[in-house]
Design a protein around this ligand. Structure first.
Ligand code: BG6
Length: 482
């Protein structure tokens, strides 16, 4: 490792996110030798528990604990982990945290500090404040990682930003959008800006439409309380999928510096008008057709009669020279027929009619983010044989068969390592956040007031029945698309 942060404090250490994502990622990095051997992780949360309880809790989600290497490394990792219990809105807890950090710093000789807030938004500001007041060092670096949701709309997001700004400098704040840590999302810029065959035709003259699809097979299953307040548009579209859209649509940055990259992403967002109600389709899942899976409203954590959308499709236009008139269609939903995230760039028809039976030769570039990372290009070929028949087939780069020796890192591993290295490119800047909220806020407010209809779809289906019509209005549909 070529960074100097050894002491990491994890706020919200007894929560779900910490257990499921943050600890496994920290341990994964440690196991692979990406963290200094003497790394110290200090957990902080409200729950009063002793160290043994805490260690037990955080090792729960570590995989392959029975293999010797994992076991010995985990034992070491746990020896270097400690826990401080304290509330989020009083100084004394943070003072105890400060004492623990100092103890660690004396032991390790390190001076730089990373704070990771895996916390609900209601305590963001009190904690950011408590940390600044009690645990901020003037002897070294301070960095603060924050998790979404960053507000509910433009106004609440600005409020958070305004409260944070006097406490922490923008170059100290790392807002996580874990989609930016995904291998295939990181691949977008490489694909676009190093391959002439894509960079030369990445525009309205060659591209008909772009579709970004996020599908999950499971419903909210017990997370309904959190989810219901937000809905699918706030949960994944405004953040994760919009980050993907920015990377697909941005102009080439002049360099790979974090500020330059984020400047370009902000410029694209500025060229997008707020999404209109007529360009949104909402759905909520009901019970599955066979009656096995309960509907959203049957989830006990969901308020009765909720109109919250678990599915949304929306179309956006980027009003600049490159993209004028090209629809960007985003679809996302829970309790659908498959689990999949992909980006489809649908090129225009080639035109001409040289080959019999071939009326619409067009290419489609597919970037499959998950599962089974792949890039493939649909293209027309001669069907092998004596005739001159054509067939649409794939030029297929599936990672599992091409990069057999290379593991694909977890998004959280990639991002935590970036934060340790002071690399901000894959973190969300304040103005990016503002622009994304500007685009979504008017329609979200209408949705919140129940002014946008919500169509019920069966659990495990392809989504609302009117989805194919919706897509047809803007783009071109092939069998596998919806
Ligand atoms: C989270 C959302 O941010 O992203 C979840 O809150 C969603 O609702 C998750 O399931 C999807 O992430 P991934 O990495 O599983 O695609």
């Amino acid at each position: 490792p070529n960074f100097t942060i050894v002491g990491m404090s994890l706020l919200g250490a007894s929560g779900d996110l910490a257990k499921k994502k943050t600890f496994p990622a920290l341990f994964g990095l440690y196991l692979q030798g990406y963290l200094p051997a003497n790394t110290r992780i200090i957990g902080y949360a409200r729950t009063k528990m002793d160290r043994a309880d805490y260690l037990n809790r955080i090792s729960q989600h570590i995989k392959n604990k029975n293999t010797p290497k994992v076991k010995t490394t985990l034992d070491q990792f746990l020896v270097q982990s400690s826990y401080v219990a304290g509330v989020y809105d009083k100084d004394d807890g943070f003072q105890r945290l400060e004492q623990e950090i100092r103890r660690v710093e004396i032991e390790t000789g390190a001076k730089d500090r990373l704070f990771y807030m895996a916390l609900p938004p209601s305590v963001f500001i009190p904690v950011a404040n408590g940390l600044k007041k009690n645990c901020y060092t003037n002897k070294g670096i301070n960095r603060l990682i924050i998790e979404k949701p960053f507000g509910m709309d433009l106004e609440s997001s600005r409020k958070l930003s305004d409260a944070l700004a006097p406490l922490w400098r923008e170059d100290e704040i790392y807002r996580i959008d874990h989609y930016l840590g995904k291998e295939m999302v990181k691949n977008i810029m490489v694909l676009r800006f190093t391959n002439m065959m894509f960079s030369s035709c990445w525009d309205k003259d060659h591209i008909e439409n772009i579709q970004i699809t996020f599908k999950e097979k499971i419903g909210t299953e017990g997370r309904g309380g959190y989810f219901d307040e937000f809905g699918i548009m706030r949960d994944v579209m405004q953040n994760h999928l919009f980050q993907v859209l920015s990377l697909i649509a941005m102009e080439p940055p002049a360099s790979m510096s974090a500020e330059v990259i984020r400047d370009e992403k902000v410029k694209v967002l500025r060229a997008i008008e707020p999404v209109r109600e007529s360009e949104v389709l909402l759905g909520q899942y009901g019970p599955s057709e066979d009656g096995v899976h309960p509907g959203y409203l049957d989830d006990e954590t969901v308020p009765q009669g909720s109109k919250t959308a678990t599915f949304a499709a929306a179309t956006f236009y980027v009003n600049n020279r490159r993209w004028q008139g090209v629809p960007f269609i985003i679809k996302c939903g829970k309790a659908l027929d498959q689990q999949k995230v992909d980006i489809r760039v649908q090129f225009k028809e080639h035109g001409g009619n040289l080959f019999p039976g071939l009326s619409n030769a067009r290419n489609e570039l597919v970037i499959r983010v998950q599962p089974e990372e792949a890039v493939y290009l649909k293209m027309t070929q001669k069907l092998p044989g004596l005739g001159m028949n054509t067939v649409m087939t794939d030029l297929d780069l599936s990672y599992a068969s091409r990069f057999t020796q290379l593991a694909i890192p977890e998004a959280y591993e990639a991002l935590i390592l970036d934060a340790l290295n002071g690399e901000q490119s894959n973190f969300v800047r304040k103005d990016e956040l503002d622009e994304a909220w500007r685009i979504f806020t008017p329609v979200l407010h209408k949705i919140d007031r129940g002014l946008v209809p919500v169509e019920i779809y069966p659990y495990g289906s392809r989504g609302p029945r009117s989805l194919p019509d919706f897509i047809r209005r803007f783009g071109y549909e092939r069998g596998s698309m919806a």
